[in-house]
Ligand binder design. Structure first.
Ligand code: 5AD
Ligand code: SF4
Length: 483
């Protein structure tokens, strides 16, 4: 395990070992030496800031890189006025990319003030060849660029960048490697994301993820369990199992294990109180999973089940591999098994060829499933995906109008759904002190709804029974039962 390694005892006069993860421990030790020299020269520790764009996968990757920086001796900061700044990027929709370019302009100004600043970029956006080329030619002040497949090499790449005066770029097309046992610095002491698989094989026709995150690879159940046991020993009570499509977990392992079986193993871990997971693809959601969830004491009453569109014809063009009727039947089966479950979703408006009739089918599914909440997106054309080359792209004003109508319906239903637990006393995992009012704390119900109630910071990380007094639409005001 990583915490048994003493970086100061690694012999840097030897060559770097070829094996992982020990090779990375060697480079961490090398970085630590560099940090100590910086400290002697500048009478302060170097500072580092990681900004994350995009999904929980990226958040978890950032925690891993923060863990390495922390071990090396950097002081982590929230501001970009730092000696090392890393943007962990997203490219799922175009505006995610535009945001990164905007921020880079700002960093160039900061680097003029602090010329020893090191600027690094990683994540999904860097896996796109056009982007990498643009950074190489037009953003020459960037020092280090790497992608999604070689994040485990972060310490080694950092050493290379610190020793080089040219831009270091290391981008891999794909990988079958999974490197275990590197440190992570968690954002919250009491909860953590845990990767159970990487990549995606579904190739939904609008989505760039399979191109930038590569083929599906599952971690072995024993490695996942060992990581969670370590986290629990370190104070974690809630884990979020992460994968682009958790329902196909384990299919390609030497000894196949289903996602439902993995959940049963995680449930056995003593001291772990809550289990969440994300994301489920409707086409692979098994009856076994529903049965395991129904009987579980720890799996939260929340299922994120992306719909994308309610029109069977559009779903076919999206390559989603289910029909409107199959999706509705699945949602009904889930609600029947667990009436108190919250179902949330993702919906895309304005996919190429979407007609008003297709959009009406989407509204129909929203009315029938009654989502507890939904992320709604305007279709964004991603170069290289099949949908980008499709005819009948929908005009912007039509999309905007549909988007607004969808949002209004989603919000109305979501508010009604939230009101269903009004007056009940339910367990809340307290996450933080309220940002506006520090006499309040904020936490989450098993179904993921937010609750604010009078409390103190000693409650953070504990589960408290709360009387849900007043529904405010998307959150509750409550009162703890231990006054
Ligand atoms: N345009 C709009 N939304 C998209 N998503 C993925 N690709 C696109 C795209 N090209 C949405 C899907 C997915 C969520 C993470 O992002 O709804 O579930
Ligand atoms: Fe993209 Fe579809 Fe894979 Fe989700 S399942 S990451 S939407 S290709």
């Amino acid at each position: 395990m990583y915490n048994e390694i003493d970086l100061d005892r690694i012999d840097l006069t030897q060559e770097a070992p070829a094996q992982e993860p020990v090779r990375q421990y060697y480079f961490m030790a090398k970085c630590r030496k560099w940090v100590q020299e910086f400290e002697t020269k500048n009478k302060r520790r170097p500072t580092a800031c990681i900004q994350t764009f995009g999904c929980q996968m990226n958040e978890r990757d950032s925690e891993k890189m923060r863990g390495i920086l922390e071990n090396i001796g950097y002081e982590l900061t929230k501001t970009e006025e730092a000696d090392f700044v890393l943007y962990n990027t997203c490219t799922v929709r175009e505006n995610a990319n535009l945001k990164v370019y905007g921020h880079l302009g700002y960093l160039s100004g900061l680097k003029k003030k602090n010329p020893q600043m090191v600027i690094a970029l990683c994540g999904c956006m860097m896996q796109e060849p056009d982007v990498a080329e643009k950074i190489r030619t037009s953003y020459r002040y960037v020092d280090l660029v790497f992608g999604t497949h070689n994040i485990f090499k972060f310490a080694e790449l950092l050493v290379t960048a610190l020793e080089s005066d040219r831009m270091v770029m290391d981008l891999w097309k794909d990988t079958d490697k999974i490197v275990e046992d590197l440190p992570a610095e968690r954002t919250y002491p009491f909860k953590s994301g845990v990767n159970i698989m990487f990549g995606c094989n579904n190739f939904c026709s609008y989505c760039i993820v399979p191109y930038v995150r590569g083929r599906e690879r599952s971690r072995k159940p024993e490695d996942i369990i060992r990581e969670i046991e370590g986290l629990v020993a370190d104070g974690v009570v809630e884990v979020m199992l992460l994968g682009q499509n958790v329902n196909s977990y384990g299919k390609n392992l030497e000894e196949p294990v289903s996602f439902a079986q993995l959940l049963q193993m995680v449930e056995q871990i003593n001291g772990l109180k809550r289990i969440r997971f994300m994301t489920s693809h409707p086409k692979d959601l098994s009856d076994d999973l529903i049965a395991v969830m129904k009987d579980s004491k720890k799996i939260c009453r929340h299922l994120h089940l992306p719909l994308q569109s309610g029109s069977t014809e559009i779903l076919k063009k999206m390559n989603r591999r289910y029909t409107k009727e199959q999706y509705l039947a699945l949602a009904a089966k889930i609600r029947e098994a667990m009436p108190d479950i919250s179902i949330t979703t993702d919906i895309i408006v304005g996919f190429p060829g979407e007609r008003e009739e297709d959009f009406q089918e989407t509204l129909d599914v929203v009315r029938k499933v009654r989502y507890d909440s939904a992320f709604t997106f305007i279709y964004s054309k991603r170069t290289g995906t099949p949908a980008a080359a499709m005819e009948n792209q929908v005009p912007g004003d039509v999309v905007k109008d549909r988007f607004n109508r969808l949002l209004a319906l989603v919000q109305e239903i979501s508010k009604e759904q939230s009101e269903k637990v009004q007056g009940q006393v339910l367990p809340v995992l307290v996450e933080q002190q309220n940002e506006q009012d520090d006499s309040l704390v904020t936490g989450r119900l098993s179904n993921n709804l937010l609750v604010h109630f009078p409390g103190n910071k000693e409650m953070i990380g504990t589960i408290v029974d709360v009387h849900l007094k007043e529904c405010k639409g998307f959150y509750y005001l409550g009162e703890s039962m231990i006054q």
